[in-house]
Design a protein around this ligand. Structure first.
Ligand SMILES: *Cc1c(COP(=O)(O)O)cnc(C)c1O
Length: 484
């Protein structure tokens, strides 16, 4: 395959000439198309349309994507996103909206946001939502800023936020950005929050605990009600990181578990494709006691008219321009309407069954970090394989030769040689079986040809990259024409 940049291709005069002076037109081209769009002055490469199509189609094929292959990336929910979401988000009535239009003219869009909020309130038990955040991390920032402001107004000078040692990195980062000292509570032997240790840490200096349930080990925090009691008795809040909410949909909700503020990642749980930085949406929901702190504006309804309400008493202010990534909200709304209550329950059931299927099939081959029933993801530890000189990284890279995307590696930090596998609810049994078979084969091959695994991948357009240099001094024009 040819690996030239598009600027190195083409030859003078070979451009598309659709926009020329056709003899049967009475007008000059710039009378049909404004002159500034013709861009004659730019030194663009001269290529025919077919060359351009092939160039970009072939570039796209170098990429690894969910639409082509299995993508079991734990804590990321790389599930299939129905194409109908895209179709509907692309309706002209949506794409041609301008955020400065009058409220009377955008009643449909406001109504969509309003109805989306009502559905999420049913699913989560929260009483009010904001959709301004563009990501899970930004949602966390909103949620923790609300908690901070609540305490500040009450005159509670609390300094600490508790997070478990298995928590997602954005949790301590958020707490820290909100001016809190991060206190880590250890997990117990079962991979759950150690309740005795939590008792000792919880005092009147704790503003909140940030938890994700199921936690990042894919385990349900069975003592969640006790945790809620411990923190609430001290006047602290429970923050719910609901980035990956698929395993609980329609089964239970964060309000029942005692949470006060939550965020959901639409780009994980509610079917917006993600990767490469977005766009995403982090929906933040709160219990009634915190509704007066939400960012402005919120969408409300009065006498059958939807409107932006800027008069929120104790608001933390505006968090971003306009109103979030609206197209992502449309996709979530379509997804929720298409599935309905029963469909959502099946999402949860299938995501849990799929992960447990993989766990049961592989548990004799790879050590399961915490061998009990998991939720939507399963964390393996490759330390048996490491003893033979092959690491979790090597195994993850080798999977690429079998057209499987590597699982999440070396996370959570509490598990040595971790491989975190999230099959998601949208994969069929054949795909799961192929993954299981491949993982078994790699384990067997460690005894025969470990070097081949350590040098993998062998079949991808780019082999193993030097990850440190790639991050520190990225060479985005790297030409790998001469690589074998
Ligand atoms: C992905 C994730 C986040 C962060 O979400 P972003 O949209 O990437 O900012 C936070 N917590 C957990 C558990 C996650 O999986």
């Amino acid at each position: 395959m040819d690996k030239k940049l598009i600027f190195q291709k083409g030859s003078a005069g070979r451009k598309n000439n659709y926009i020329r002076k056709p003899f049967f037109y009475l007008q000059e081209p710039h009378q049909i198309i404004p002159k500034e769009f013709l861009r004659e002055e730019l030194s663009l490469p001269s290529l025919g349309e077919l060359e351009v199509v092939r160039h970009y189609t072939n570039l796209a094929r170098l990429n690894f994507s969910l639409d082509t292959n299995f993508y079991p990336l734990g804590s990321c929910t790389m599930k299939y996103n129905p194409k109908v979401n895209e179709e509907l988000a692309n309706l002209e009535g949506f794409t041609q909206l301008h955020p400065y239009q009058k409220e009377e003219d955008i009643q449909g869009a406001l109504g969509l946001i309003y109805n989306l909020e009502k559905i999420l309130c049913q699913i989560t038990g929260m009483s009010k939502f904001t959709f301004q955040a563009s990501s899970g991390a930004q949602g966390e920032l909103i949620g923790m800023a609300i908690i901070r402001k609540y305490h500040d107004i009450k005159g509670n000078r609390r300094r600490k936020v508790i997070v478990p040692d298995s928590s997602h990195g954005t949790n301590p980062a958020t707490a820290s950005l909100c001016g809190y000292e991060v206190v880590v509570v250890d997990s117990n032997k079962e991979g759950l929050v150690d309740i005795d240790k939590l008792y000792k840490l919880a005092d009147k200096d704790v503003a909140a605990i940030m938890l994700t349930n199921p936690n990042t080990l894919g385990l349900f925090e069975e003592n969640i009600l006790e945790i809620s009691d411990i923190i609430h008795k001290q006047g602290g809040f429970l923050y719910y990181d609901g980035a990956n909410f698929n395993p609980l949909l329609g089964i239970t909700n964060p309000a029942l578990m005692g949470f006060d503020v939550i965020h959901l990642n639409f780009h994980k749980t509610f079917s917006t494709p993600h990767g490469c930085g977005g766009p995403g949406a982090g929906a933040v929901g709160v219990v009634p006691a915190l509704a007066d702190f939400l960012p402005v504006p919120v969408v409300e309804k009065k006498r059958n008219k939807f409107y932006f309400n800027y008069k929120i008493k104790l608001t933390i202010g505006r968090v971003r321009s306009f109103y979030g990534n609206f197209a992502v909200l449309i996709k979530a709304y379509v997804y929720l309407l298409m599935l309905g209550k029963e469909g959502l329950l099946r999402v949860a059931q299938n995501s849990v069954i799929n992960a447990n299927y993989i766990k049961e099939k592989l548990k004799d081959c790879y050590k399961v970090a915490y061998n009990k029933r998991c939720m939507h993801e399963i964390v393996f530890s490759c330390d048996k394989q490491k003893e033979k000189g092959v690491t979790a990284l090597d195994i993850a890279k080798r999977l690429l030769d079998y057209q499987i995307h590597p699982p999440t590696m070396y996370f959570p930090l509490t598990v040595k040689e971790a491989l975190m596998v999230e099959p998601t609810e949208t994969e069929n049994k054949e795909t799961l079986d192929y993954f299981v078979k491949t993982m078994m084969k790699i384990d067997k091959d460690i005894n025969q040809d470990p070097i081949r695994i350590k040098n993998s991948p062998h079949t991808t357009p780019v082999r193993r990259v030097d990850e440190v240099s790639a991050a520190r001094s990225p060479n985005l024009r790297y030409d790998y024409t001469n690589e074998t």
